[in-house]
Design a protein around this ligand. Structure first.
Ligand code: HEC
Length: 224
């Protein structure tokens, strides 16, 4: 499962480059996510269904968000000021209810559509996948203190990808410890940071060192 997701990271990364150009709503493939029924929920159903569902929701939400929302709300959910910064909507029923209302209805002021309605176009599963991605964004500057060390780890991982020496278990423990310190703006307990992603990629019998190094490279350059 993990390695399938690693491929999706790259696709999501590639989509970033085009995010500002997309205007027509982009369909989101949500087939792997559990069904949520016809009736619109008011609380994120993918938040507490176990790690696999949660991680799949983040992957799908990453791509869905960056194709449909980023041009107004900012790449990686960091607002450039055109529209509200969504990272701070509380990851609980109150924030969810507000989120899903805006998602479904959009926002029109004095006859001008400021935000299109996405409910019919993208559907409920995509709505909650995008919600899961949004609420797991790291807070501003959350990795700053760790950036020098993460760059060293990145270089070590690159060496290991080429057959060089390195202590996988120690790096995994260190990345996991860094990931645990990263806070979200929404109050969700776990942030989907680059440290978290890199740890996931080497936490396996066939660790993906090159993928982990690349996740760190992309994340650290985006944070700059
Ligand atoms: C064309 C620009 C545009 C796009 C695309 C867009 N939004 Fe918005 N969005 C806005 C604006 C502008 C507001 C502020 C409306 C207001 O004043 O309440 C907003 C508000 C919101 C809010 C309420 C935030 C708050 O703090 O009150 C949510 C949630 C939201 N958008 C989610 C999304 C999601 C999810 C997507 C993608 C599926 C999306 N938006 C796409 C422009 C956009």
């Amino acid at each position: 499962m993990r390695r399938a997701f690693a491929g999706l990271f790259l696709i999501a990364g590639a989509s970033l480059a085009h995010a500002h150009g997309d205007v027509a709503p982009q369909p989101v493939n949500t087939d792997v996510l559990p069904e949520v029924g016809e009736e619109w929920l008011i609380e994120n159903p993918y938040r507490d269904q176990g790690e696999e569902v949660w991680q799949a929701a983040i992957e799908i939400g990453d791509s869905g968000y960056n194709q449909n929302c980023a041009r107004c709300h900012g790449l990686g959910v960091v607002s450039g000021g055109l529209a509200p910064d969504l990272r701070y909507l509380e990851a609980e029923e109150y924030g969810d209810e507000w989120y899903v209302e805006r998602f479904r209805e959009g926002y029109t002021q004095n006859g001008i559509t400021k935000m299109p309605a996405f409910g019919e176009l993208l559907g409920q599963k995509a709505a909650w996948a995008i919600r899961t991605y949004i609420e797991t964004r790291p807070d501003d500057g959350a990795l700053d203190d760790h950036t020098p060390r993460l760059k060293e780890i990145r270089d070590t991982l690159n060496g290991m990808a080429d057959g060089g020496d390195g202590d996988r278990a120690a790096l995994l423990a260190e990345l996991t410890a860094i990931a645990a310190e990263v806070e979200t703006g929404s109050g969700a307990p776990v942030a989907d940071s680059v440290a978290f992603r890199a740890a996931g990629l080497i936490d396996s019998d066939s660790p993906d060192y090159a993928g982990a190094a690349e996740a760190l490279t992309i994340g650290l350059s985006a944070a700059q």
